[in-house]
Design a protein around this ligand. Sequence first.
Ligand code: IPE
Ligand code: IPE
Ligand code: MG
Length: 248
Amino acid sequence: MANHTLTTVPDHVAIIMDGNGRWANARGLPRGAGHRKGIETVREIVRAAGEAGVRYLTLYAFSSENWRRPEDEISDLLGLMKAFIRRDLADLHRENVRICIIGDRSNLQSDILPLLIEAEETTRNNTALTLVIAFNYGSRDEIVRAMKSLAQEVAQGGLRPEEIDSRLIDARLDTGGIPDPDLIIRTSGEERLSNFLLWQAAYSELMFVPEYWPDFNRDLFLAALERFAARDRRFGGLSSSNRVASSK
Ligand code: IPE
Ligand code: IPE
Ligand code: MG
């Protein structure tokens, strides 16, 4: 294994876990087999992120658009989410991982919501990695819900329109209190955000890797962190070398 000494570890890494279906297809297996294998990758990457010093890891598990898939696949995906929490919650809690769930909770199956709440409640005071699971999540839906809540507050007289600023909007999103992602990785070669963290990704570094999610692993994750450390983030300003030069 390469010597992974990182100079700049991203505080928050978000991952679009894509390619489970194609991984399974390539092996002549049903798509569900790819989703099941993908859970093993989740376990490996959660551990690797914590060990690397990443403080927030967000995983895109189920999008608000994934309801367009066939019913049996949806039921596979929901079943796996439930099984993951049932099986892994105790281990994650022991490892001091804090779990946060983002996404719309209003129309979830009655047996899944209590599990999500249990995962958050059990781990709320943990202080190692924060694992954010994007479940029934769509960025536009999240923004719509945040705007509705601001509009209601204005209508009720609790907020003046001129008080609305980007910090207030930040706080109303499902990700309120969670820093913006420094790095967004998408597996499987697709190069799009698919309605993931659109507001929060304003200055995220984007990285698209060819491997399908079930083939992604610790070494590929650490390699992505190394590539991140070599990027020059400017946030609209100048790169650090120019800043030094121009201040002379
Ligand atoms: C990602 O893999 C998992 C989810 C979207 C839930 P896909 O199921 O999208 O796999 P592909 O993209 O069809 O290969
Ligand atoms: C994004 O992947 C959603 C998740 C990883 C949960 P999709 O596979 O659903 O995205 P598209 O449809 O290819 O854009
Ligand atoms: Mg996909």
